[in-house]
Write a protein that binds this ligand. Structure first.
Ligand code: C2E
Ligand code: CA
Ligand code: CA
Length: 579
């Protein structure tokens, strides 16, 4: 009997669906909110989930995201129930891996048809995967048996092996059993570009290379494919932690050369999560969970591998909470914009204001942009947030202009992810038209990562922005990967020297030398220069000596709300700070 989990906060709908499905021979589980739904799904592994989208706290999208973390719950067919049927919602749900969408009010017959179609597909998929695993198993076994290496792709084998090792561990108290969970980066993209057969062949080749590596190193390892794109590797019991790192590095080395599958040459970026028994888990399931959490962390931190740490679990759930809260934050007007003055030493006045976003969230308290901007970037809400910041900042700058403050430039941070929006230039142009702010009063701050990630697109966007008359700055200069040559090949007006150099400028010769050479170079290229994070008068004096004309930092003022900044614009007197 197939089991269906209904996650729905409206009792009437939940009850009638439950009765209907029971009548049709299903085993029904129910949850009245998202959190409960996730817990039931994780513990009971139903055959299908029907989930409402609009629920307080954890909504349907959040539920789907949580289920996607674990391969066991990710593969459960998932159908959204919703009163809204806009295309946007549809896309968002599908992007999160939902299989279908039913709009309320719905006909019971439609629900039944959708459920039956999903269950049928799931059955044929799982048959397909069983065959896949079997064929890989045969492939590997024939390879490895010949070499007498202990590797296979059976989940049962890896668990049995694990149990044996745990027993052995009891007599070697200081040893650990490392479990590595491997994922091919951009697996879905590879699959959609090259097709399933090629991706399948690619995965087999990765396994083959790993097997070869273990064989060459004479390391007895057992491998098992989990879900569509995960590979679990159980290493032998060891007492040396540097041995694990050595093996991990060896595995990554095997991925360096491109893979050739079905006439395609494919570069593979691998990611690993590592958990150690018994410190991270004594039984197979809990160890695998920990390896999975470590893998998620690896992916989020954009690193190659991570060892599980108990803090990841909290970090991960905070991250999902923030991601969930972010979705409604723009619509609910939860953000505020602060401004920080940029002061010209030569002109002895405020010449610019950097707009910096603030989020005084009522559920979990104020969250720093350092924390939520990267989350917004990863979940693409950065586009909506970016548009909000831009129009709010331009509106504000124009309202100051109307008061007679004409020579103030407002600076807005543009995330490198925003540059992937093909309509970005048009959107910026629209904001300028709607707010009536002259383009020369707007400065956009771009970070080095944008030029490295998308050099051609960025150059093109910058060229168009310059044609509109907008001022462009390179933010956090010196911290990233950009070389000085970027300064010449991209049309910048200003360099912002990062705070990390200014902070050390009074004690550290290297920082001083860097600031000196950036300043010289900027002068040579006729670029403006802004020093960020200036806190002390001694720092300001040194910068002044090198001809750095504009200063931003707590020395003059921290970022402040509109009213306070307004006051500062009126009361500012350079002599009050330096005589
Ligand atoms: P950023 O663009 O480098 O902004 C400067 C950061 O340095 C701000 O932190 C500012 O409050 C801080 N700061 C300024 N002067 C001083 C100082 O003298 N001492 C110290 N210790 N700090 C100083 P904030 O506001 O927390 O923003 C952090 C980062 O978040 C920003 O770094 C920027 O990367 C990002 N961010 C903030 N607002 C936005 C936004 O609207 N859009 C985007 N894409 N990113 C934003
Ligand atoms: Ca900035
Ligand atoms: Ca900066």
């Amino acid at each position: 009997m197939a089991s269906i989990l209904i996650i729905e906060d409206e009792p009437q709908i939940s009850l009638s669906l439950e009765q209907f499905l029971k009548l049709h021979g299903f085993h029904v589980l129910t949850a009245e909110n998202g959190q409960k739904g996730v817990e039931i799904a994780q513990s009971q592994l139903p055959d299908l989930v029907l989930c409402d989208i609009m629920m307080p706290e954890l909504d349907g999208y959040g539920v789907r995201e949580k289920l996607a973390i674990h391969h066991r719950t990710d593969s459960i067919p998932f159908i959204f129930l919703t009163a809204k049927a806009s295309l946007d919602n549809l896309r968002q749900g599908m992007n999160l891996g939902a299989d279908d969408y039913i709009t309320k009010p719905f006909k019971f017959a439609d629900v039944l048809t959708s459920i039956e179609a999903r269950l049928k597909r799931q059955k044929s998929l799982s048959l397909h995967y069983q065959q896949e695993i079997k064929s890989l198993e045969t492939l590997l076994q024939s390879d490895f048996q010949a070499n007498a290496i202990n590797s296979s792709l059976s989940q049962l084998d890896i668990q049995q092996q694990f149990n044996l090792q745990v027993k052995a561990l009891k007599s070697a108290r200081t040893a650990v059993i490392p479990l590595l969970l491997f994922e091919i980066g951009q697996y879905l993209e590879i699959s959609s570009s090259y097709g399933h057969a090629t991706t399948h062949a690619l995965f087999s080749k990765v396994v083959e290379r790993f097997g070869q590596y273990f064989q060459n190193q004479n390391i007895e390892t057992i491998m098992s494919r989990l879900g569509s794109h995960h590979l679990a590797l159980l290493l032998p019991l060891t007492e040396q932690s540097d041995r694990i790192t050595h093996i991990v590095n060896g595995l990554f080395t095997t991925l360096e050369k491109d893979f050739h599958c079905n006439q395609q040459s494919i570069k593979v970026q691998g990611y690993l999560g590592i958990a150690l028994a018994t410190q991270d888990g004594e039984d197979w399931e809990s160890l695998l969970d920990k390896a999975e959490i470590a893998l998620q962390h690896t992916l989020q931190q954009k690193q190659s591998y991570q060892y599980y740490d108990s803090s990841f679990q909290n970090q991960l759930s905070r991250r999902y909470q923030i991601e969930n809260l972010l979705r409604s934050a723009v619509k609910q007007q939860e953000f505020e914009l602060y401004f920080q003055p940029q002061v010209s030493i030569k002109e002895r006045k405020i010449v610019g204001a950097e707009a910096l976003i603030r989020w005084p969230n009522s559920t979990i308290g104020a969250i720093s942009p350092v924390e939520f901007i990267p989350i917004a970037e990863a979940s693409s809400s950065i586009h909506e947030i970016g548009t909000w910041v831009l129009s709010k900042a331009c509106q504000q700058a124009q309202s100051w202009r109307l008061e007679g403050i004409l020579d103030l430039k407002v600076s807005v941070n543009i995330s490198s992810i925003q540059l992937s929006n093909s309509q970005l230039v048009e959107e910026i142009q629209t904001v300028l038209e709607e707010t009536h702010l002259p383009p020369y009063c707007l400065d956009l701050e771009l970070t080095e990562s944008a030029f490295v990630k998308y050099p051609e697109e960025t150059r093109n966007i910058m060229k168009r922005l310059k044609e509109l008359g907008i001022h462009l700055s390179i933010d956090d200069f010196g911290t990233g990967y950009a070389s000085l040559s970027y300064l010449q090949s991209f049309p910048f007006d200003t360099i912002k020297i990062d705070r990390c150099f200014i902070r050390k400028i009074t004690q550290d010769r290297d920082s001083l030398a860097i600031v000196e050479s950036i300043t010289k170079l900027a002068h040579k290229l006729k670029l403006g220069i802004v020093a960020e994070g200036v806190e002390k008068v001694e720092e300001l004096k040194i910068l002044q000596k090198y001809g750095c004309d504009t200063i931003q930092g707590y020395f003059f003022s921290p970022p402040c709300p509109v009213d306070k900044f307004h006051q500062l614009l009126h009361d500012f007197s350079f002599g009050k700070y330096i005589n």
